[in-house]
Ligand binder design. Structure first.
Ligand code: ATP
Length: 389
């Protein structure tokens, strides 16, 4: 039985920050009453618009949620409120139709107070996908295939429940725990869609690297759009760089829409033709001709038959390390832009710039750019950050 008056702190001890997102802060939590699953992640989403007309009920138990009940009103408030309501709506669908699934994050509870809305989630303490890959001593095609297999398993379940993730990227894939055979979980459903709900929010924030051509054209976004994103992740996993690289976002957008990518001989010479064939099948502009998640699970490379066991070229691993460091810096900069005061932003960026594995020249260039942007205080826009990252 749901108790509307229960407060988050009545049931959970909230501790250290695990990470920050564009509109959220995620903390570790411990359930006060004993029992299994006592460690959780608490994602607090700040509301920028007016308060909700009623408390947001928990997702479990089948009560009518504010997300499904009052969404049309929410949409007019502020984009972040729309995203917030959407994330709750999607998580609710996941709880009802997908959970428990080894490759999809689970939601245990939802609370609301003056600080925002708190999603009590399954704790993933195994780190982000690329962080683990670059830290591995042995990394080969078979390892990359195991990653794709898990993501495809998660996508099959989501797509069967009519949920399209729409923001699949490496930072939204976390390992459940630190064990070598830990399941990989798909998370962050803030931009996802359920059934007919398809507001054009894809690509509004952050990189377009993983966004499908149909999403960029504002066409219909379907489950096949997630398959494109998976193709991009796989391309990066096997080369260390993204398939579409351009001087400007506009150019990159054109390349994506034309499916203009290639397998440069120097990097790809040792990668199996089966893997390349799979990537080509995913980075196909026409979504109807693009493989679905179920088909992917039958592909010989994904199963592991044709995935090479040889250690990946050192160059690829080192490029992946540098790609990962840049990606993290970029994400942290964007998170700090949205969530911090100007002073905190400047301070946080300074420490970030000192702690990443970039060359001295790159660091210095970034520092100069950030200093310029930060000096504009609250007038600094996301696109200004994006230009330099
Ligand atoms: P974005 O701006 O990327 O959309 P967001 O606001 O939706 O982000 P998340 O990406 O969900 O926020 O979370 C921010 C960070 O918090 C993640 O990068 C991750 O490090 C950490 N995090 C989120 N959920 C969990 C979890 N369930 N377990 C452990 N850490 C988590």
């Amino acid at each position: 039985m749901r108790q509307e008056t229960k407060r988050l702190t009545d049931e959970y001890e909230v501790s250290e920050i695990l990470g920050r997102g564009g509109f959220s802060v995620v903390r570790k939590g411990i359930r006060k009453s004993s029992g299994e699953k006592s460690h959780v992640a608490i994602k607090t989403l700040k509301r920028l618009g007016p308060s909700t007309p009623a408390g947001i009920p928990r997702s479990r138990g089948g009560e009518k949620s504010i997300a499904s009940a009052g969404f049309s009103m929410w949409k007019q408030v502020h984009v972040s409120d729309a995203l917030l309501a959407n994330e709750i709506l999607v998580m609710r669908k996941i709880v009802e139709n997908v959970s428990p699934h080894p490759n999809v994050i689970d939601l245990y509870d939802v609370y609301e107070d003056q600080n925002g809305v708190h999603l009590v989630l399954e704790l993933c303490s195994g780190g982000e996908l690329f962080d683990r890959i670059v830290a591995q001593e042995k990394y080969n095609e078979a390892g990359a295939a195991a990653v794709v297999r898990q993501l495809a398993e998660g996508l099959v379940a989501l797509h069967q429940a009519n949920i399209v993730h729409r923001d699949l990227k490496p930072e939204n894939c976390l390992f459940l725990d630190k064990s070598a055979d830990s399941p990989l979980k798909i998370m962050d459903f803030g931009l996802s869609s359920v059934e007919q709900f398809t507001d054009p929010v894809v690509g509004l924030f952050g990189s377009i690297d993983y966004v499908s051509p149909e999403a960029l054209c504002q066409g219909t976004v379907t489950s096949k759009s997630d398959m494109w994103s998976l193709g991009v992740i796989l391309y990066i996993l096997l080369s260390g760089y993204p398939p579409f690289i351009a001087q400007s976002n506009r150019q990159k957008q054109q390349m994506i829409m034309a499916g203009d990518f290639s397998f440069y001989e120097k990097t790809w010479k040792n990668i199996s033709s089966s893997a390349k064939q799979l990537i080509s099948g995913l980075l196909t502009v026409d979504p109807h001709r693009r493989a679905c998640a179920q088909e992917l699970l039958q592909h010989p490379w994904v199963i592991g038959y044709s995935a090479k066991q040889d250690q990946m070229d050192a160059e690829i691993v080192s490029r992946l390390q540098s790609f990962n460091a840049r990606r993290k810096l970029r994400a942290a900069a964007i998170a700090s832009l949205w969530t911090s005061t100007f002073f905190f932003r400047t301070k946080k960026l300074k420490s970030l710039l000192g702690s990443h594995d970039l060359t001295q020249e790159e660091l210095e260039n970034l520092r100069i750019h950030f200093t310029k942007i930060c000096s504009k205080g609250d007038n600094a826009t996301l696109s200004e950050f994006e230009e330099v990252l």
